[in-house]
Design a protein around this ligand. Structure first.
Ligand code: GLC
Length: 414
């Protein structure tokens, strides 16, 4: 796949720096579907006819400025950027578009919800991302464009026009997050290179994902955390409870604080980002469990953020699996995210690199240790896991050189 970046205005690494450092962002799925509470694909899954679905546009009456609550929560949670659905597959535009009347200003809400969102992100110092679904179940050309050239041209012009509005009317936008390039199967048919060149001409700093069928800046594994094989930038997007759009599901379906921390550890260890979703209720309020758990995540990150944020080295190939925890790595410093506390001593086998200092990251106090032939034993630990938030304590291990672990399957090194 190719990209739209013919001439680069600044180096990719400089442009992408904030995004890599950010590591953790909030995805927000909010639209007409939120009123039904049965997933954002409800129109398609239940084959709701367009005229019936359209009625949701009139009945949608969100409360005043909910985006301020999302932005405040994102900030408290230690998230550094937000990506909001400006138009999902249902086709309803959350902003003041001139290209369709099916929008939040002319219908029920009577307000530009994208403008409110942008303002809230700026107020809380968060980077701003726009999600935009190429697939459109409402526009008359949205499906037939694959069969009729005149229809394709109209739909591509509509698509490019909507994206141009989003790029032009809200100041600096940091991320453009396309989704689902159905039904046109190639970037040529979407005219994606031209689309993204237009986007970059208006927003030279912007970071663009790969879902308009061009690679662009980052890959988007969904609902699983797997590094891109090519070593390029990637961001795992994850639901909190199995649905992107608001849905009342039992507490067991929601990621626990520990599970969110584990996702963060995984992306940090493998060089990616985590975009964790909230699906606000129809009025815009955030599901209670998401609020509660994200507060805890933020509290944890305020003490242990060093283990998660910023430049990290890929752990794979340097460390092996352990039972009591897992590593992240930054040069000569390894962070052991200990989620199953071993008691007063912690042994790490297979490491011969000279250890200079060991401490519990959250309090910084030095710990005792002994370095044996090919193992390190940290001593004098508290009997129980000292982390009261989630039972995940990070041991900071400072080595004389970038550490490496080699265990293999046997107990005697041949
Ligand atoms: C999928 C779904 C969509 C969701 C998106 C988020 O592509 O179709 O509903 O918004 O994933 O990554």
């Amino acid at each position: 796949m190719s990209t739209s970046k013919g001439t680069q205005r600044m180096t990719d690494s400089k442009r992408m720096q904030w995004w890599h450092d950010a590591r953790f962002g909030m995805f927000v799925h909010w639209g007409l579907y939120s009123q039904l509470g049965r997933h954002e694909w409800v129109m398609n899954r239940e084959r709701i006819p367009v005229p019936e679905y359209e009625k949701l546009a009139a009945s949608w009456k969100p409360k005043a400025r909910p985006a301020r609550d999302w932005a405040r929560l994102a900030k408290q949670a230690g998230m550094k950027y937000v990506v909001m659905t400006t138009k999902h597959h249902e086709g309803f535009c959350l902003w003041d578009t001139k290209l369709t009347g099916y929008n939040a200003v002319q219908c029920g809400p009577g307000r530009d919800l994208v403008a409110e969102y942008v303002e809230a992100c700026r107020e809380f110092g968060l980077k701003i991302g726009f999600y935009y679904s190429l697939m459109d179940w409402h526009h008359p050309d949205g499906a037939r464009c694959v069969k009729h050239e005149a229809s394709r041209r109209r739909f591509v012009a509509y698509t490019h026009g909507l994206v141009r509005e989003l790029m032009s009317n809200y100041g600096k936008i940091d991320v453009l997050w396309y989704d689902v390039a159905w039904p046109l199967p190639t970037p040529e048919l979407w005219e994606s290179a031209r689309l993204n060149a237009m986007v970059r001409s208006i927003q030279p700093h912007i970071i663009i994902n790969n879902r308009a069928l061009l690679d662009e800046d980052f890959g988007t594994p969904e609902e699983h955390i797997v590094a891109e094989k090519t070593g390029r930038a990637w961001e795992a997007c994850m639901t909190f409870n199995g649905s992107w759009g608001w849905q009342a599901t039992p507490p067991e379906d929601w990621h626990s604080v520990r599970s969110v921390l584990n996702m963060l550890r995984q992306v940090s260890a493998e060089g990616g980002n985590l975009l964790l979703n909230i699906g606000p209720k129809p009025d815009g309020s955030i599901p209670e469990l998401a609020v509660e758990r994200l507060h805890a995540v933020g509290k944890w990150l305020s003490k242990n953020g060093e283990a998660a944020y910023g430049k990290k080295d890929v752990v794979q190939g340097r460390f092996e699996w352990m039972n009591t925890g897992q590593f992240t790595l930054s040069g000569r410093t390894a962070y052991y995210w200990c989620a199953r506390w071993p008691g007063t001593e912690l042994a790490l086998g297979g490491i011969k690199t000279k250890l200079l200092r060991a401490s519990i990251l959250a309090d910084g106090e030095a710990l005792g240790f002994r370095q044996e032939k090919d193992r390190i034993v940290i001593t004098g630990l508290p009997r129980n896991n000292p982390d009261r938030i989630a039972g995940v304590s990070v041991l900071k291990l400072e080595f004389a050189s970038p550490p490496k672990q080699a265990l293999g399957a046997g107990c005697v090194i041949p």
